[in-house]
Design a protein around this ligand. Structure first.
Ligand code: SF4
Length: 334
Protein backbone atom coordinates (compact mmCIF):
# COMPACT_ATOMS: atom_id res chain seq x y z
CA UNK A 1 0.00 0.00 0.00
CA UNK A 2 1.82 3.21 -1.12
CA UNK A 3 2.56 5.28 1.98
CA UNK A 4 1.42 8.59 0.50
CA UNK A 5 -2.00 7.23 -0.40
CA UNK A 6 -3.30 6.51 3.05
CA UNK A 7 -1.95 8.72 5.78
CA UNK A 8 -2.79 7.78 9.30
CA UNK A 9 -5.05 9.60 11.70
CA UNK A 10 -2.07 10.20 14.02
CA UNK A 11 -0.68 12.62 11.48
CA UNK A 12 -3.81 14.60 10.76
CA UNK A 13 -6.30 13.71 13.46
CA UNK A 14 -4.18 14.01 16.55
CA UNK A 15 -7.20 13.76 18.85
CA UNK A 16 -8.52 10.51 17.40
CA UNK A 17 -7.77 7.56 19.63
CA UNK A 18 -7.94 4.20 17.83
CA UNK A 19 -10.24 1.77 19.63
CA UNK A 20 -8.44 -1.38 18.61
CA UNK A 21 -4.91 -2.35 17.72
CA UNK A 22 -4.18 -1.79 14.05
CA UNK A 23 -3.11 -5.01 12.34
CA UNK A 24 0.59 -5.35 11.58
CA UNK A 25 1.20 -7.21 8.32
CA UNK A 26 4.66 -8.73 8.77
CA UNK A 27 6.02 -11.34 6.35
CA UNK A 28 5.19 -14.12 8.85
CA UNK A 29 1.67 -12.77 9.33
CA UNK A 30 1.15 -12.65 5.55
CA UNK A 31 2.25 -16.32 5.28
CA UNK A 32 -0.25 -17.25 8.00
CA UNK A 33 -2.97 -15.28 6.22
CA UNK A 34 -2.21 -17.02 2.96
CA UNK A 35 -2.56 -20.51 4.57
CA UNK A 36 -5.81 -19.54 6.30
CA UNK A 37 -7.23 -18.03 3.10
CA UNK A 38 -6.50 -21.29 1.22
CA UNK A 39 -8.24 -23.38 3.91
CA UNK A 40 -11.27 -21.05 3.96
CA UNK A 41 -11.63 -21.29 0.17
CA UNK A 42 -11.52 -25.08 0.37
CA UNK A 43 -14.18 -25.19 3.11
CA UNK A 44 -16.43 -22.77 1.21
CA UNK A 45 -16.52 -25.26 -1.65
CA UNK A 46 -17.17 -28.23 0.67
CA UNK A 47 -19.97 -26.48 2.56
CA UNK A 48 -21.52 -24.69 -0.45
CA UNK A 49 -20.94 -21.46 1.45
CA UNK A 50 -20.48 -17.82 0.51
CA UNK A 51 -18.89 -15.10 2.60
CA UNK A 52 -20.57 -11.69 2.75
CA UNK A 53 -18.34 -8.98 4.23
CA UNK A 54 -19.30 -5.51 5.40
CA UNK A 55 -17.32 -2.49 4.17
CA UNK A 56 -15.84 -1.98 7.67
CA UNK A 57 -14.16 -5.39 7.85
CA UNK A 58 -10.40 -6.08 8.03
CA UNK A 59 -8.61 -6.09 4.63
CA UNK A 60 -7.76 -9.82 4.88
CA UNK A 61 -11.48 -10.61 5.17
CA UNK A 62 -11.98 -8.96 1.76
CA UNK A 63 -9.59 -11.64 0.38
CA UNK A 64 -12.07 -14.44 1.17
CA UNK A 65 -15.31 -12.48 0.67
CA UNK A 66 -17.57 -13.30 -2.26
CA UNK A 67 -19.31 -9.93 -1.87
CA UNK A 68 -18.41 -6.73 -0.01
CA UNK A 69 -20.95 -4.00 0.67
CA UNK A 70 -23.23 -2.29 3.17
CA UNK A 71 -25.61 -4.28 5.34
CA UNK A 72 -28.69 -4.13 3.13
CA UNK A 73 -26.78 -4.73 -0.12
CA UNK A 74 -25.32 -7.86 1.46
CA UNK A 75 -28.64 -9.12 2.84
CA UNK A 76 -30.20 -8.68 -0.62
CA UNK A 77 -27.24 -10.39 -2.24
CA UNK A 78 -27.78 -13.30 0.18
CA UNK A 79 -31.20 -13.93 -1.38
CA UNK A 80 -29.72 -14.50 -4.84
CA UNK A 81 -26.61 -16.60 -4.14
CA UNK A 82 -26.38 -20.25 -5.12
CA UNK A 83 -25.36 -21.48 -1.67
CA UNK A 84 -26.65 -23.33 1.39
CA UNK A 85 -24.60 -21.37 3.91
CA UNK A 86 -23.91 -17.65 4.35
CA UNK A 87 -21.02 -16.66 6.60
CA UNK A 88 -21.69 -13.05 7.52
CA UNK A 89 -18.54 -11.07 8.33
CA UNK A 90 -20.18 -8.11 10.01
CA UNK A 91 -22.15 -7.54 13.19
CA UNK A 92 -25.11 -9.38 14.69
CA UNK A 93 -28.00 -7.27 13.34
CA UNK A 94 -26.56 -7.61 9.81
CA UNK A 95 -26.46 -11.40 10.03
CA UNK A 96 -30.03 -11.28 11.35
CA UNK A 97 -31.09 -9.14 8.37
CA UNK A 98 -29.59 -11.73 6.02
CA UNK A 99 -31.52 -14.47 7.86
CA UNK A 100 -34.77 -12.45 7.72
CA UNK A 101 -34.52 -12.33 3.91
CA UNK A 102 -33.07 -15.84 3.43
CA UNK A 103 -34.77 -18.03 6.08
CA UNK A 104 -34.05 -21.22 4.13
CA UNK A 105 -30.28 -20.73 4.35
CA UNK A 106 -27.97 -21.29 7.30
CA UNK A 107 -26.56 -17.90 8.28
CA UNK A 108 -23.42 -17.96 10.46
CA UNK A 109 -21.87 -15.12 12.45
CA UNK A 110 -18.22 -15.97 13.24
CA UNK A 111 -18.21 -14.18 16.62
CA UNK A 112 -21.29 -13.57 18.77
CA UNK A 113 -19.56 -10.68 20.55
CA UNK A 114 -19.89 -8.65 17.31
CA UNK A 115 -22.79 -6.46 18.43
CA UNK A 116 -23.52 -2.77 17.77
CA UNK A 117 -23.91 0.12 20.24
CA UNK A 118 -26.55 1.66 18.00
CA UNK A 119 -28.70 -1.46 17.58
CA UNK A 120 -28.47 -2.11 21.31
CA UNK A 121 -29.79 1.36 22.20
CA UNK A 122 -33.40 0.31 21.52
CA UNK A 123 -35.34 -2.81 22.45
CA UNK A 124 -38.79 -3.89 21.31
CA UNK A 125 -40.54 -3.43 24.69
CA UNK A 126 -39.36 0.17 25.26
CA UNK A 127 -40.15 1.00 21.67
CA UNK A 128 -43.72 -0.30 21.94
CA UNK A 129 -44.21 1.69 25.14
CA UNK A 130 -42.91 4.92 23.55
CA UNK A 131 -44.91 4.34 20.38
CA UNK A 132 -48.15 3.89 22.35
CA UNK A 133 -47.50 7.07 24.39
CA UNK A 134 -46.88 9.09 21.25
CA UNK A 135 -49.89 7.64 19.41
CA UNK A 136 -52.10 9.17 22.11
CA UNK A 137 -50.78 12.57 20.99
CA UNK A 138 -50.24 11.85 17.27
CA UNK A 139 -52.79 9.22 16.15
CA UNK A 140 -51.26 9.08 12.65
CA UNK A 141 -47.76 8.25 14.02
CA UNK A 142 -45.66 5.70 12.17
CA UNK A 143 -42.40 4.18 13.34
CA UNK A 144 -39.38 4.09 11.04
CA UNK A 145 -36.32 2.13 12.07
CA UNK A 146 -32.83 2.32 10.72
CA UNK A 147 -31.56 -1.02 9.40
CA UNK A 148 -29.11 -0.98 12.35
CA UNK A 149 -31.68 -2.57 14.69
CA UNK A 150 -32.46 -6.05 15.95
CA UNK A 151 -35.03 -8.25 14.20
CA UNK A 152 -37.37 -7.79 17.19
CA UNK A 153 -37.28 -4.01 16.81
CA UNK A 154 -37.80 -4.23 13.05
CA UNK A 155 -40.86 -6.39 13.71
CA UNK A 156 -42.43 -3.61 15.82
CA UNK A 157 -41.82 -0.88 13.20
CA UNK A 158 -43.88 0.20 10.21
CA UNK A 159 -40.93 0.54 7.87
CA UNK A 160 -37.19 0.10 7.78
CA UNK A 161 -34.76 2.66 6.26
CA UNK A 162 -31.08 2.87 5.35
CA UNK A 163 -28.71 5.81 5.63
CA UNK A 164 -29.07 6.46 1.90
CA UNK A 165 -32.88 6.30 1.61
CA UNK A 166 -34.08 7.51 5.06
CA UNK A 167 -35.35 10.93 3.95
CA UNK A 168 -36.95 9.56 0.80
CA UNK A 169 -38.82 6.80 2.70
CA UNK A 170 -39.99 9.20 5.44
CA UNK A 171 -41.30 11.58 2.76
CA UNK A 172 -43.32 8.74 1.22
CA UNK A 173 -44.96 7.60 4.48
CA UNK A 174 -48.66 8.55 4.66
CA UNK A 175 -48.20 10.47 7.91
CA UNK A 176 -46.78 13.76 9.19
CA UNK A 177 -45.44 12.33 12.44
CA UNK A 178 -42.64 9.81 12.49
CA UNK A 179 -40.89 8.20 15.44
CA UNK A 180 -37.40 7.53 14.10
CA UNK A 181 -35.20 4.94 15.86
CA UNK A 182 -32.53 4.50 17.01
CA UNK A 183 -29.98 7.01 15.63
CA UNK A 184 -30.51 10.57 16.86
CA UNK A 185 -27.94 11.91 14.35
CA UNK A 186 -29.55 10.29 11.33
CA UNK A 187 -32.96 11.46 12.64
CA UNK A 188 -31.67 15.05 12.81
CA UNK A 189 -30.26 14.76 9.30
CA UNK A 190 -33.67 13.57 8.05
CA UNK A 191 -35.38 16.43 9.93
CA UNK A 192 -33.10 18.91 8.10
CA UNK A 193 -34.47 17.62 4.80
CA UNK A 194 -38.18 17.18 5.47
CA UNK A 195 -41.08 19.30 6.75
CA UNK A 196 -42.53 16.30 8.61
CA UNK A 197 -42.26 16.04 12.38
CA UNK A 198 -39.44 13.63 13.23
CA UNK A 199 -39.33 12.41 16.81
CA UNK A 200 -35.87 11.00 17.48
CA UNK A 201 -34.84 8.15 19.75
CA UNK A 202 -31.73 8.95 21.74
CA UNK A 203 -29.31 6.31 20.43
CA UNK A 204 -26.11 6.81 18.51
CA UNK A 205 -23.18 4.95 17.04
CA UNK A 206 -20.26 5.43 19.44
CA UNK A 207 -17.81 5.38 16.53
CA UNK A 208 -19.35 8.24 14.53
CA UNK A 209 -20.66 10.25 17.49
CA UNK A 210 -17.18 10.97 18.84
CA UNK A 211 -15.98 12.79 15.69
CA UNK A 212 -15.96 16.58 16.20
CA UNK A 213 -16.04 19.59 13.81
CA UNK A 214 -12.69 20.79 15.18
CA UNK A 215 -11.05 17.63 13.89
CA UNK A 216 -12.48 18.16 10.41
CA UNK A 217 -11.45 21.83 10.41
CA UNK A 218 -7.89 20.93 11.38
CA UNK A 219 -7.59 18.58 8.40
CA UNK A 220 -9.13 21.15 6.05
CA UNK A 221 -6.57 23.72 7.16
CA UNK A 222 -3.74 21.40 6.10
CA UNK A 223 -5.47 20.07 2.99
CA UNK A 224 -7.61 22.83 1.48
CA UNK A 225 -8.54 20.78 -1.63
CA UNK A 226 -9.66 17.67 0.25
CA UNK A 227 -13.28 16.56 -0.28
CA UNK A 228 -14.92 15.72 3.02
CA UNK A 229 -17.31 12.74 2.82
CA UNK A 230 -19.29 12.22 6.02
CA UNK A 231 -21.65 9.45 7.11
CA UNK A 232 -25.08 10.63 8.37
CA UNK A 233 -24.47 8.81 11.68
CA UNK A 234 -22.07 11.72 12.49
CA UNK A 235 -23.19 14.71 14.54
CA UNK A 236 -24.97 17.53 12.69
CA UNK A 237 -22.11 20.01 13.32
CA UNK A 238 -19.79 17.55 11.53
CA UNK A 239 -22.24 17.04 8.66
CA UNK A 240 -22.44 20.84 8.25
CA UNK A 241 -18.75 20.81 7.25
CA UNK A 242 -19.00 17.97 4.72
CA UNK A 243 -18.92 18.29 0.92
CA UNK A 244 -21.24 15.30 0.77
CA UNK A 245 -23.26 13.32 3.32
CA UNK A 246 -23.33 9.72 2.11
CA UNK A 247 -23.79 6.09 3.07
CA UNK A 248 -20.70 3.89 2.80
CA UNK A 249 -21.72 2.69 -0.67
CA UNK A 250 -22.51 6.30 -1.63
CA UNK A 251 -18.96 7.30 -0.63
CA UNK A 252 -17.46 4.66 -2.91
CA UNK A 253 -19.57 5.87 -5.86
CA UNK A 254 -18.77 9.52 -5.14
CA UNK A 255 -15.00 8.93 -4.91
CA UNK A 256 -15.08 6.87 -8.12
CA UNK A 257 -16.92 9.52 -10.13
CA UNK A 258 -15.40 12.67 -8.64
CA UNK A 259 -12.55 14.54 -10.38
CA UNK A 260 -11.05 15.23 -6.95
CA UNK A 261 -7.93 13.31 -5.93
CA UNK A 262 -8.01 13.66 -2.15
CA UNK A 263 -10.81 12.60 0.20
CA UNK A 264 -11.30 12.71 3.93
CA UNK A 265 -13.46 9.70 4.77
CA UNK A 266 -15.42 10.51 7.93
CA UNK A 267 -16.73 7.12 8.98
CA UNK A 268 -15.39 3.88 10.42
CA UNK A 269 -11.77 3.39 9.43
CA UNK A 270 -12.20 0.14 7.49
CA UNK A 271 -13.99 1.82 4.59
CA UNK A 272 -10.73 3.59 3.65
CA UNK A 273 -9.08 0.19 3.15
CA UNK A 274 -11.83 -0.83 0.75
CA UNK A 275 -11.65 2.54 -1.07
CA UNK A 276 -7.91 2.23 -1.52
CA UNK A 277 -8.21 -1.33 -2.84
CA UNK A 278 -10.81 -0.17 -5.38
CA UNK A 279 -9.32 3.22 -6.30
CA UNK A 280 -5.54 2.94 -5.79
CA UNK A 281 -4.87 6.05 -7.89
CA UNK A 282 -6.65 8.32 -5.36
CA UNK A 283 -5.64 9.42 -1.87
CA UNK A 284 -7.84 8.74 1.15
CA UNK A 285 -7.35 10.18 4.61
CA UNK A 286 -9.01 8.09 7.25
CA UNK A 287 -10.39 9.00 10.62
CA UNK A 288 -8.74 6.19 12.60
CA UNK A 289 -12.07 5.42 14.24
CA UNK A 290 -12.30 1.67 14.55
CA UNK A 291 -15.50 -0.13 15.47
CA UNK A 292 -14.45 -2.61 18.12
CA UNK A 293 -17.50 -4.76 17.32
CA UNK A 294 -16.63 -5.06 13.62
CA UNK A 295 -13.04 -5.93 14.44
CA UNK A 296 -14.19 -8.92 16.54
CA UNK A 297 -14.46 -10.72 13.20
CA UNK A 298 -11.09 -12.17 12.21
CA UNK A 299 -9.84 -14.44 9.46
CA UNK A 300 -9.14 -17.19 12.00
CA UNK A 301 -12.65 -16.78 13.47
CA UNK A 302 -14.11 -17.03 9.97
CA UNK A 303 -12.22 -20.28 9.39
CA UNK A 304 -13.48 -21.64 12.73
CA UNK A 305 -17.01 -20.63 11.80
CA UNK A 306 -16.83 -22.73 8.63
CA UNK A 307 -15.16 -25.67 10.38
CA UNK A 308 -17.65 -25.77 13.27
CA UNK A 309 -20.67 -24.24 11.51
CA UNK A 310 -20.78 -21.61 14.26
CA UNK A 311 -22.74 -19.50 15.17
CA UNK A 312 -26.06 -20.04 13.38
CA UNK A 313 -28.61 -17.20 13.56
CA UNK A 314 -32.01 -18.45 14.75
CA UNK A 315 -35.15 -16.31 14.67
CA UNK A 316 -38.64 -16.89 15.98
CA UNK A 317 -40.86 -17.10 12.86
CA UNK A 318 -43.28 -14.36 14.04
CA UNK A 319 -40.36 -12.01 14.63
CA UNK A 320 -38.75 -12.91 11.31
CA UNK A 321 -41.99 -12.36 9.38
CA UNK A 322 -42.65 -9.04 11.18
CA UNK A 323 -39.14 -7.80 10.43
CA UNK A 324 -39.46 -8.92 6.82
CA UNK A 325 -42.66 -6.86 6.52
CA UNK A 326 -40.76 -3.70 7.59
CA UNK A 327 -37.94 -4.42 5.16
CA UNK A 328 -40.33 -5.20 2.30
CA UNK A 329 -42.27 -1.98 2.90
CA UNK A 330 -39.01 -0.09 2.49
CA UNK A 331 -38.30 -1.88 -0.79
CA UNK A 332 -41.82 -1.09 -2.03
CA UNK A 333 -41.44 2.61 -1.15
CA UNK A 334 -37.89 2.90 -2.53
S1 SF4 B 1 -19.75 1.38 13.35
FE1 SF4 B 1 -21.36 2.01 14.81
S2 SF4 B 1 -23.28 1.47 13.78
FE2 SF4 B 1 -21.64 0.31 12.76
S3 SF4 B 1 -21.54 -1.63 13.85
FE3 SF4 B 1 -20.04 -0.29 14.85
S4 SF4 B 1 -21.19 0.61 16.58
FE4 SF4 B 1 -22.71 -0.25 15.15
Amino acid sequence: MPENQQRSGEELFRDFAPLGSPAVYTRDRCDEISDTVARIRELKRERRAVILAHNYQRPEIFEVADFVGDSLELARKGTTVDADVIVFCGVHFMAETAKILSPERTVLLPDLRAGCSLAESVDADSLEERRDELKAVYPDLQVACYVNTTAEVKAVCDVCVTSSNATDIVEKLPTNNVLFVPDENLARHVQENTKKNIIAWDGNCYVHHQITPEQIERVRKHLPRVKVLAHPECRQDVLDLADAVLSTSGMIGYARESDAQEFLVVTECGLSDRLLLELPEKTFYKSCKLCAYMKMITLEGTLRSLEEMSHPIELDEDVRAGAERSLKRMLELS
